[in-house]
Design a binder for this molecule. Structure first.
Ligand code: COA
Length: 381
């Protein structure tokens, strides 16, 4: 019997701090008008020093766990798609796995730039369909603000911080993630990159002084690439799912630039009401943009059981990825604040359990040591 991979839970988190275009115009030579006209962005959320990628990921993940009503112990694998991990290693996914109390789960990060979330979703789908795993948590989380050159107006106006997560579970019920497409053209790698900090240009005074740890981008070329691949990747996912383009109920594209989205939608003949856009409030949150859009589309009732969804991501690599989903999850009955409260309680409980476990190990070690000591004593006497 074929296995299907269904999204059964979702969650998002964006830092509360908002940076508007007008705020940016005070820092660099730009205007609100230029940014809106060229990109569609009005504002973006920026993480505070304490809000790291793992923390953003964890907030979104907890909500997804709660909506899915899954015990963290039942999670088989955690994948975090990110281009701005907590550390070079360990993987951000391991930090999320530990904080969630997903003690049985494997964990790894996936780096495919802004396509990362759909890449991770495709990976989860393949692992579930092959019956290697049954419950996979997929997170897209970014703190792009940490790697932006805030004096470069061509890049710093485009990006924002945030996280989104989904719980994917196997079932015999047809539907869910029906097709996935992954693509790469490494010849365009230098069009969008952070050159410093890797094995080619290890971090040092020179790389810092020459700003090699910041995003470098050829905006025009990336734009050209994006308008070409977005429609093409959407068509491929639709074909592979056995659908026609007019069967798409909601198009959830990577939220980088409204002009790129409009161009793809026009080429695919998808009317504006079937295209989800929220980049005006978040900017480009890279691997987090599609799961954040998914959560908002669900919250606003744009997705119903039976809806046909198409997601398309593109980004550094250069990479692209798309998928077609027959939505099967029912609307969540519990309101979001309640879900978040329950999720926090679960989190505290898993912390207490973990503390208890550590404590019992210490007590065990102390008792063993004492017993060893007592056992040794008679022979010494
Ligand atoms: N404010 C004001 N002017 C700006 C500016 C800003 N923030 N950024 C660039 N400019 C200037 C440029 O210096 C240039 O001036 P010049 O003509 O005097 O040289 C002019 O605006 C036009 O620049 P250009 O790069 O041609 O603009 P554009 O219409 O291509 O828009 C982007 C620039 C970055 C918005 C657009 O290329 C884009 O969205 N590319 C894709 C980027 C992307 O999505 N990256 C992430 C992929 S995941």
């Amino acid at each position: 019997m074929p296995r299907y991979a269904h999204i059964i839970g979702w969650g998002k988190y964006v830092p509360p701090n908002i940076l508007t275009n007008a705020d940016l115009a005070k820092k660099v030579d730009t205007t609100d008008e230029w940014i809106r006209e060229r990109t569609g962005i009005h504002q973006r959320h920026i993480a505070s020093a304490k809000e790291t990628t793992a923390l953003l990921a964890l907030h979104a993940a907890r909500e997804a766990v709660e909506v899915a009503d899954v015990n963290p112990q039942d999670i088989d694998l955690v994948i975090v798609a990110t281009a701005t991990p907590e550390y070079l290693f360990p993987a951000t996914a391991c930090l999320v796995q530990n904080a969630l109390g997903a003690e049985r789960a494997g964990a790894f990060d996936l780096e495919a730039g802004c396509s990362g979330f759909v890449y991770a979703l495709a990976t989860a789908t393949a692992l579930i369909r092959s019956e290697m795993y049954n419950t996979v948590l997929v997170v897209g989380a970014e703190t792009l603000s940490r790697i932006l050159d805030w004096s470069d107006r061509a890049t710093c106006v485009l990006f924002g911080d945030g996280a989104g997560a989904v719980m994917v579970r196997g079932s015999d019920q047809p539907g869910g993630i029906l097709s996935t497409i992954l693509g790469s053209d490494g010849s365009g790698g230098e069009l969008l990159m952070v050159p410093g900090g890797g094995s080619k240009h290890p971090a040092g005074p020179d790389t810092v002084l020459s700003k090699q740890h910041f995003v470098k981008m050829n905006g025009r070329e990336v734009y050209r690439f994006a308008t070409r691949v977005m429609a093409q990747a959407a068509r491929q996912a639709v074909d592979k799912a056995g659908w026609q383009l007019d069967q798409i109920d909601l198009f959830l594209p990577h939220q980088a630039n409204v002009r790129i989205i409009d161009s793809a939608a026009k080429s695919l003949k998808i009317p504006p009401e079937k295209v989800f856009v929220n980049l005006e409030r978040y900017g480009n949150t890279s691997a987090a943009s599609i799961p954040i859009a998914l959560c908002e589309a669900l919250d606003t009732g744009k997705i119903k059981p039976g809806s046909n969804l198409v997601m398309v991501g593109f980004g550094a690599g250069l990479t692209w990825a798309s998928c077609a989903i027959k939505w099967t999850a029912p609307q969540p009955g519990t309101p979001a604040p309640q879900r978040a409260a329950v999720s926090r309680l679960r989190y505290i409980w898993s912390g207490i359990k973990s503390f208890g476990f550590q404590l019992s190990r210490h007590i065990d070690a102390a008792v063993s040591k004492t017993i060893d000591g007592i056992e040794r004593k008679p022979s010494e006497e």
